[in-house]
Design a protein around this ligand. Sequence first.
Ligand SMILES: NC(=O)c1ccc[n+]([C@@H]2O[C@H](COP(=O)([O-])OP(=O)(O)OC[C@H]3O[C@@H](n4cnc5c(N)ncnc54)[C@H](OP(=O)(O)O)[C@@H]3O)[C@@H](O)[C@H]2O)c1
Length: 271
Amino acid sequence: MTETIAFIGGGNMAASLIGGLVASGHKPGAIAVVDTDRAKAEALRRQYGISNANSATEAVRDAQVVVLAVKPQVLQAAVHGLSLPSGSAVISIAAGIRIDSLRRWLGPQVQIVRSMPNTPALYRAGMSGLYAPPETQAGAREAAQYVLGAVGETCWVETEPMLDALTAVSGSGPAYVFQLCEMMCNAGIALGLPADTARQLATHTVAGAARMLSDSDEDAAALRLQVTSKGGTTAAAIESLENGGVRKLYNAALECAARRAAELGDELDRS
Ligand SMILES: NC(=O)c1ccc[n+]([C@@H]2O[C@H](COP(=O)([O-])OP(=O)(O)OC[C@H]3O[C@@H](n4cnc5c(N)ncnc54)[C@H](OP(=O)(O)O)[C@@H]3O)[C@@H](O)[C@H]2O)c1
């Protein structure tokens, strides 16, 4: 894609996306950023050679694709008074801001895609969900796929509420994995290991298992069965987890996350 991409907001996620785009060959001169914190936009200009605009209007002037990368609470103010030409592709990564609100604020002429990336995008190992309403044309969908694809894997969902379920799995997901690592480490300490040894073991076990998952054709259940011999140590631990209701707990936890995502969306809709 050669179109000019404007970023409104130049914080953590925008910096990851810009870094990913430049690394994948997008011309730095075809990327513009505006941030109320001038120092952030200037740092991005120096690091990647992109353009640094003084206002959102200036940033989007030559852009065919606009990425909304400010916090949800300030998005409406950030796009206030912005006039985007018909057919502009707008990709919002702001959690919880619904398509209807975006259309109300930007006008019916723009082609909107909503995305929910996750934190590993900072390492270009992200998992981003994407949703576009039926009226969004192929060009805008391709642009969103291109921008989010620069920081990892992408997947499309068919309905907007599915983004709440996706948020529960992949948006909040890295925290569950960090918690798992933390619990394995603490359990190792309780078994008598020195803290730094337990931490090293847990961290590299989680990282190694994640690598097996991403590199293998087998799914998680199959990999788990492969390393669980009948009557062995792993089987004893897995049985204990199953008896303790770990699956029920996860179902309930992700239900809470999805419900919270929907509630936050409602709150932002009303604000
Ligand atoms: N980080 C993640 O892992 C993640 C995951 C999924 C979705 N998201 C979404 O991505 C969006 C950005 O998140 P982030 O972590 O990158 O946030 P961030 O680091 O706070 O970046 C947002 C930037 O936008 C600037 N800003 C505020 N108002 C502005 C305006 N009117 N015009 C231009 N720039 C403005 C902020 O400046 P100030 O600091 O001076 O206010 C800040 O530099 C959020 O909507 C979030 O929901 C993030």
